[in-house]
Unconditional design. Structure first.
Lengths: 730, 233
């Protein structure tokens, strides 16, 4: 018999068990929180200010967080770089955060090296592997540690740099295929400042662009896009005029009032032709005093002579020179197409010379050099680590590849924001050399061509899930941007600086004392609190934005212009066998290829070709006719270094004798969205360097085209036929 | 409070960069269709940037025309819908779309001279966990339903509710569709024509103003400002 006491005992226990049983199954419909976590407010959205890392421009963002999930990225209206605006790539950052193929557990090689076969292991095991590798290397030869990353900024870079220094290895390489080496070298030669200038587009009256790509993929496309809109329509009586010279009508060029086609690799000569007219006709005060320049050789660059070299109409150059001089302040800019020739520094120096001759240096509406590191003036030599010069690191990469071949490295640490196995010329044999390093540890959110070569992959959070700070390369005079997690870390990931700090603590010795913090967050917060910055406010605003711009630094050489060392662009390949010059440009949506795994970007039509999901090659209709090719044909593009296939797109405003291809497609390992989307144009490129700055010279090879049968067709999305004829709609 | 929302696209500012397209996709739960569907003209994007080649004085130029829904006052799409799925909203004067009513006749898309309506030929799926990103302010659409640009009606509603709560009219610039908010050169302007002080009301008097296919008499509320050319050539 069950007495009353027993009955109550049993029913109490059952009720207790039922309570726990309920916890095992997740309720599907009810929100199971009595006291919800901090970030979870039903029906209300929270907005977190952070920063974008989809390209190196360093825009500020605010992210909408609803019920603990990131819903939308928008520009941060307070941020001086992008003023509340954002580009397509910035929006697509959400797809990286919630990507189905993101790595959520450490991976250990489970097959032959380079096979891309991995198995998941726990973090403890992964960290022990890393640590034992580091310990072994430090005991034997600390300098045989290699660290290969993207060019990091802020305290992420400081932690990496201090780690390597404390560890005792000088082999730190940062690779950015679109680094600004040529720009830096030219600015040093012409202005006397080795830095990126602040170009005041919004205030200029006349914008002269030499293969400029500032509206699509340049240093800071949103910053310049915003300023461009203001240049055109924000002033009541002035509408800035925009003239573009270059081999191809790009998206940026399409916005120009006048597009003057010139041959590939002749931008510098066109600029000298304009300078010739300025000096000859004494159109500005600086040009009137430039007789030394004239005698040094400028007098030879008559518009007729320059016309012969570049294909420009001499009268156009004269007219442009006169307009440029009479519409001050003006601005002359050059872009990647000019900078990545074998004589890129020559081109960029000549363009900079125009700014000097027109007297645009240090003026509103012209060029200036603000001290962007002004807030860190008390930091001494380490301030430079927070905003390192935005170079490509090409020389270091080549050097490291050479050393890899000689067995100089025993352990390589790689950070997956850059993808050298995809973006380096094939003749450098990066993949083979990298695989000769006995142990490779990658920090990466995805498996791409390079991180899949590793022995150990440590998954990192996206930039939306970590604490970091940034100093943008252009667009401000001393702003510091703060990045913070906008959602709780979505996968079991750890930021690279945190792992480095933890590893340093375990290693002990000088590397531990170089990184005396508990985490990267502590490192950032201690530093800025020490500078008197109120962190809560800084995180609310997304950074510290001084209302008053820092004083501009002087440009000491701008007063005494000298003629840049003249050099010709060279192109590899026999003109008889390879009749066309190859022009490659970064894709507006995929950038250097890093956006190729995001479907929003794959499905964003290219502004000019209107193509989606695939690669193409552009030629002039007259050039295509010579080869017997027509629009949409499959073609093989061959250079002395390799052959790839692509679909042909007729581009009515590209110089004859040029074949142009966007970079970014052609992945072999970067997830479902990225692979099998055509071939990789980087595989056509020689390993040539720019002559003076040692940056990669991408515009340096000839190619030939031959018809090939390709399955499928290039998808172009925009119809301008039928009812959509231009005459019909307007 | 009645509104007459309008959009002004300044072609002299537009650079053709496509930020508006991706901003719209992110805001409005628009499906990604893939290469095969795109080849059949089934992209689901609500705004497209049309690129025209123009030859002027022997020079070839490209012209970008961003094309969202025109929100016509005399909308050809409304009069052909047999089930009133697309109708003229009285409060906001918008050309609205009730997804639940739509039976997929596609008459509206057929009758839209601007080809801005897109049809869900399939149930497009968001592979997990990409669905975590979906905007909670609006639904996803299922197979057989027509959809198009709404001027971000969810943002208009939110703006109106906030104003109501605070007991004031909606401020000019308070409500912005995702495209206008993100546009780097500021080419897209949005506001209420019933407010004579609003930026769009003022810019409606701009001499550069024109409307797409004006001769059809659809009275679009998305208007354009002509691209200018500088002096000289």
């Amino acid at each position: 018999m069950l007495d009353r006491r027993e009955f109550l005992k049993i029913s109490g226990a059952t009720a207790f068990a039922a309570l726990f049983g309920g916890c095992e199954r997740m309720p599907q419909k009810l929100i199971p929180f009595v006291i919800p976590p901090e970030h979870y407010v039903l029906g209300e959205s929270l907005w977190y200010a952070s920063a974008c890392r989809q390209c190196p421009a360093g825009c500020g963002i605010v992210v909408r967080n609803s019920a603990g999930r990131a819903k939308k990225i928008e520009g941060n209206p307070l941020h001086p770089v992008n003023r509340g605006k954002l580009c397509a790539r910035g929006h697509a950052g959400l797809q990286a955060l919630y990507h189905p193929e993101r790595l959520g557990r450490p991976l250990r090689l489970d097959g032959p090296r380079g096979s891309g076969k991995f198995k998941e292991i726990p973090w403890e095991e992964a960290l022990n592997l890393l640590l034992s590798g580091l310990k072994k290397v430090r005991a034997e030869a600390p300098s045989s540690l290699l660290m290969l990353t993207d060019p990091m900024r802020g305290h992420r870079n400081l932690v990496a740099a201090r780690f390597m220094k404390g560890f005792g290895s000088p082999n730190r390489v940062a690779w950015d295929p679109f680094g600004q080496d040529a720009q830096l070298a030219a600015n040093e030669a012409v202005y006397g400042v080795r830095d990126l200038p602040e170009a005041d587009l919004a205030g200029t009256r006349y914008l002269l662009s030499f293969s400029g790509d500032f509206l699509e993929t340049g240093i800071s496309p949103v910053h310049y896009g915003y300023a461009y809109g203001r240049m055109r329509q924000a002033r009541p009586t002035v509408r800035g005029k925009f003239v573009h010279l270059g081999p191809r009508l790009s998206m940026t060029a399409a916005n120009a009032d006048v597009f003057l086609p010139i041959a590939l690799g002749t931008e510098g000569f066109a600029a000298l032709g304009i300078a010739h007219v300025l000096v000859k006709e004494k159109l500005t005060r600086a040009a009137g005093n430039a007789s030394a320049l004239w005698e040094a050789g400028l007098k030879e660059y008559t518009p007729e002579e320059v016309g012969k070299r570049t294909g420009a109409v001499p009268e156009d150059l004269v007219e442009v020179a006169r307009e440029f001089a009479s519409n001050q302040p003006g601005l002359a800019l050059a872009g990647d197409g000019a900078a990545s020739c074998t004589n890129g520094v020559f081109h960029l120096s000549c363009v900079a010379l125009l700014n000097v001759l027109a007297g645009n240096v240090g003026k509103t509406g012209g060029i200036s050099f603000p001290d962007r590191l002004a807030p860190f003036s008390g930091r001494g030599a380490e301030a430079g680590l927070l905003l390192p010069p935005p170079g490509s690191g090409y020389e270091d990469v080549r050097d490291a590849i050479g050393k890899m071949g000689k067995g100089a490295f025993r352990l390589a640490i790689f950070s997956g924001d850059t993808n050298p196995a995809f973006t380096l010329a094939p003749s450098l044999s990066f993949r083979e050399a990298f695989l000769s390093v006995p142990m490779i540890v990658s920090f990466a959110p995805f498996l791409d061509e390079t991180s899949s070569l590793s022995d150990l992959v440590l998954p990192t959070p996206t930039y939306l899930e970590e604490w970091w700070d940034d100093i943008a390369p252009v667009g401000h005079g001393g702003a510091v941007t703060f990045g913070q997690p906008v959602v709780p870390p979505y996968r079991d990931t750890r930021p690279m600086p945190d792992v480095l700090i933890a590893a340093a603590r375990e290693l002990g010795g000088p590397v531990a004392s170089a990184l005396p913090w508990g985490s990267s967050r502590e490192c950032i917060e201690k530093t800025y609190a020490g500078m008197g910055i109120r962190l809560e406010e800084a995180h609310r605003d997304g950074g510290v934005f001084p209302g008053k711009e820092a004083a501009s630094r002087p440009a000491p050489k701008a007063g005494k212009p000298s003629l840049p060392q003249v050099s010709e662009a060279s192109f590899e390949g026999d003109p008889a066998r390879f009749p066309l010059l190859l022009h490659v440009y970064p894709s507006i949506s995929l950038y250097d290829g890093r956006g190729a795994n995001l479907s929003w970007l794959q499905e964003l039509p290219d502004p000019i070709a209107t193509a989606v999901w695939r690669n193409w090659v552009e030629v002039n209709p007259a050039t295509a006719a010579k080869f017997g090719l027509s629009d949409g044909d499959g073609v093989t593009v061959s250079s002395p270094y390799g052959s790839i296939t692509a679909f042909l797109v007729l581009h009515p405003a590209i110089a004859e004798g040029v074949a142009a291809m966007p970079l970014g497609q052609g992945h072999t390992r970067y997830g479902r969205n990225a692979v099998n989307r055509g071939d990789n144009p980087y595989r056509l490129l020689p390993s040539a360097s720019e002559g003076a700055s040692r940056a990669p010279a991408r515009q340096s090879t000839r190619v030939s085209l031959a018809r090939t049968k390709l399955s499928g067709a290039l998808v172009r999305t925009v119809s301008t036929e039928g009812q959509w004829l231009y005459e019909n709609i307007l | 409070m009645k509104h007459r929302w309008a959009m002004v696209i300044d072609m002299d500012r537009c650079t053709g960069c496509g930020a508006c397209v991706v901003a719209c996709v992110a805001e409005n739960n628009t499906a990604v269709v893939g290469e095969e569907m795109a080849a059949q003209g089934r992209l689901m994007q609500w705004i497209r940037v049309v690129r025209y080649w123009r030859v002027e004085h022997g020079e070839t130029r490209a012209v970008f025309v961003p094309t969202p829904c025109m929100q016509c006052e005399n909308a050809p799409c409304e009069i052909v819908c047999p089930v009133y799925a697309t109708y003229h909203d009285e409060d906001d004067n918008l050309n609205a779309m009730v997804y639940n009513r739509c039976i997929g006749t596609r008459y509206c898309a057929n009758n839209c001279p601007y080809s801005v309506r897109v049809f869900n030929w399939f149930d497009y799926k968001w592979e997990k966990p990409l669905d975590e990103q979906l905007n909670p302010d609006l639904t996803t659409r299922s197979r057989g339903v027509m959809e198009k640009c709404t001027y971000c009606i969810q943002r208009i509603r939110r703006g109106k509710e906030t104003a109501l709560k605070e007991g004031r009219p909606v401020r000019d610039g308070e409500v912005l569709p995702a495209c206008a908010q993100t546009c780097p050169p500021g080419a897209i302007l949005f506001g209420d024509l019933n407010d004579p002080e609003s930026a769009v009301s003022r810019i409606m008097k701009d001499l550069r103003r024109f409307r797409l296919m004006e001769h059809l008499g659809t009275e679009p509320r998305t208007v354009y400002l002509k691209r200018m050319r500088g002096p000289g050539r």
